[in-house]
Design a binder for this molecule. Structure first.
Ligand code: FES
Ligand code: FES
Length: 167
């Protein structure tokens, strides 16, 4: 049995510990946002977040996940700025790669609020439909929106809290 926090809920997976996370999510937890796109670990369509970092669900076994915090595209619930930017920029094409890209980009922007073209190009997810230009626009739009939200949040803090936080 593997105990994880899945999209905010404690979950016990009574499954073979050798099972890849991707299949536990899709076939046991009924979370089909993460996609099975290849058999060699190259496409990253199966990307989910484990402890905030993007991982390929097909390459990680349940035995590696005891106590982990797992977030799938369903856990973002359509409210993440990357999802909003995706829609605004009409970034998707067939949609197959969208969940993996969106989670990878959300992790990137959590640590790098102003990614360069090289940072964006380094996202390892593949899109055979050629959606890369729209995806890059969505990354920039989401980064700008997250930065705006952060400024707004800082400005709304009481002055003493800002001073204590060094803002
Ligand atoms: S399904 Fe292609 S890398 Fe996981
Ligand atoms: S794989 Fe079709 S839009 Fe990326």
């Amino acid at each position: 049995m593997t105990s994880i926090l899945l999209n905010g809920d404690p979950v016990r997976l009574r499954l073979d510990p050798e099972m890849p996370l991707l299949f536990a999510l899709r076939d046991a937890a009924n979370l089909t946002g993460a996609k099975h796109g290849c058999d060699d670990g190259s496409c990253h369509a199966c990307t989910v977040l484990v402890d905030g970092r993007p991982v390929r669900g097909c390459q990680m076994q349940l035995r590696e996940l005891e106590g982990a915090v797992v977030t799938t595209i369903e856990g973002l619930a359509g409210r993440h700025p990357v999802q909003q930017a995706w829609i605004a920029e009409d970034a998707g094409r067939c949609g197959f790669c969208d969940p993996g890209f969106i989670l990878a980009i959300s992790a990137l922007l959590a640590t790098n609020g102003n990614p360069s073209d090289a940072d964006i190009a380094a996202i390892p997810n593949a899109c055979p439909c050629g959606a890369a230009p729209g995806i890059a626009r969505a990354v920039r739009r989401a980064a700008a929106e997250m930065s705006r939200q952060q400024r707004q949040q800082t400005a709304s803090q009481p002055a003493q809290t800002r001073a204590e936080a060094g803002n």
